[in-house]
Design a protein around this ligand. Sequence first.
Ligand SMILES: [Fe+2]
Length: 282
Amino acid sequence: VDPSRDESGPDFRGDEVELVHLDRDHPGFSDPVYRRRRDEIARLARGYRAGGPLPAVEYREDEHQVWRTVWRELEPLHRARACRAYREGTERFGFDRNAIPSFAEVNARLSTLEGFALAPVAGLVQPGLFLEQLAQRRFLATQYMRHGSTPLYTPEPDVVHEYIGHVGALAHPGLAELNVAFGHAASRAHDPARIEALIRVYWYTLEFGILEEDGRIAVYGAGILSSFGELGRFETEARLRPWDLEEIVATPYDPTDYQRVLFVAPPMERLRSELLQWLARI
Ligand SMILES: [Fe+2]
């Protein structure tokens, strides 16, 4: 889930004929089978209540195929560009590269690591709600797969983004702790300006963060780590700005396009301590 989305929360119940709206330029726009599949998965998520049984999506063979393609293409890029903490977390979690696990399977494993659990959402969630849930180690996430015609591209977060981008962080003690700290700060922040500041800092760190590591730039943000396109372009195409939390708070972002600005954080331990201090002041 990325915190920029702004629509129904997990308690929204709806039964429209078509639940999921796709824009005209969405790769699945004119594919009725895909649209029905999206609706089916959205309906499962909308039927979910916190604490209840997780809706089981039975992934189809074509969806598993997309999963395999994504791993095959992304893993070499991760070896070259992902930061150590992310690589350690992903290794610790131990994804099956051949089959998409269910939320129940992912949660069974996450619960033995840093105690996180994914909770399904149909699509868009209010960013403030998304952040608050992190305090309970609950990570709101989508379950649908991107369109099979574009295995390396999705205009919106999907199960690949959630699993490959975020789960590695939720399985790593240091990165999981940062997620929780964002949650506590969001639970304390009632002023909309502070919530917006938190949303932007989450965006430019855990979602689209890069940092200095061993004399080079490494990636720790889920949005880059799960995107073949971002991994291939960010260093040459985005404007890389020095680390400055005040500037981050003052910098809006566009969730629908490649990121134009990224902030180069200091090495992981300093990044963590500065971020935890900043969050504690909220
Ligand atoms: Fe995300």
